[in-house]
Unconditional design. Structure first.
Length: 267
């Protein structure tokens, strides 16, 4: 299967619904300003592997469905996702938009009724490449952690997006820089300041977990994680006791895998 790192054409001929394409592009902007990205376009959808500047969050989006997508041949566009998103949204006004470019040439945005625009591509050297090996593989339905001698996750939980929304809400209520999700017989999300006599807030959650009871400490990247998910996403959260990060996967299409570094407990 092709990935954004594959050696495919930089001559792009892509057509899609402007609103749908702009929504996809906005997902790829994990920072302000965002890092440049490589976007692979195929007839089956668009793929992109992106991260934030602090390298605390990586997202692997594979064959994301875009309304009305037509691709002449598999191709890669290298761009600032937010800048391209803004142009596509402005020029398309919800109609079909066409992107055309050659290697190291401007990306041309054209429509049937609203004229056109162009934007320079990002430099390949400016893209922080995420190697193919960073995508965690699956064995018998469980995530495998190659960095831990190919051991499978020691704990897993199935949740829906509303649980992560509760995490974000509790952080806001407690005005805290992190939130802890506990998966046990009584699961909950709790926000506050470790060891400090300040406001704390918590709420019970519904989750099904296997393996050892575990906790996940999210930083303010929780809002970015939510922006990568659709309302209908059922999620699997996987963790290994040897790692200070958590993997979040969608169980329904579109297929997205997110690797998030956890908050480190204050001493």
């Amino acid at each position: 299967m092709l990935t954004p790192n594959s050696k495919v054409s930089r001559s792009a001929r892509v057509e899609a619904n402007g609103t749908s394409l702009a929504s996809f592009l906005s997902m790829l902007a994990l920072d302000t300003p965002p890092l440049p990205v490589r976007i692979l376009f195929e007839p089956e959808g668009a793929s992109c592997w992106t991260m934030n500047t602090g390298k605390t969050l990586m997202a692997f989006i594979n064959r994301y469905p875009i309304e009305g997508l037509k691709v002449k041949q598999p191709c890669v566009i290298v761009c600032n996702p937010q800048e391209l998103c803004n142009l596509v949204r402005s020029k398309s006004r919800g109609d079909t938009v066409r992107l055309t470019t050659e290697a190291n040439e401007p990306i041309v945005i054209s429509t049937k009724s609203n004229g056109g625009a162009e934007i320079m591509p990002a430099d390949e050297e400016d893209c922080m490449t995420i190697p193919d090996r960073n995508v965690l593989p699956t064995k018998d339905g469980h995530l495998v952690f190659p960095m831990f001698d190919n051991e499978v996750a020691t704990s897993e939980a199935v949740i829906d997006k509303s649980v992560l929304m509760s995490c974000a809400m509790e952080m806001k209520v407690a005005n805290a820089p992190y939130v802890v999700m506990t998966l046990d017989k009584k699961s909950e999300v709790r926000a506050g300041h470790w060891g400090a006599k300040t406001t704390r807030s918590w709420t019970p959650i519904e989750a099904t977990f296997t393996g050892e009871p575990f906790t996940v400490a999210f930083t303010d990247t929780i809002q970015t994680i939510l922006s990568l998910l659709t309302a209908s996403n059922d999620l699997k959260v996987s963790k290994h006791t040897k790692g200070q990060f958590v993997a979040i996967e969608t169980l329904t299409d579109p297929k997205i895998q997110i690797i998030a570094t956890e908050a480190i407990k204050e001493i």
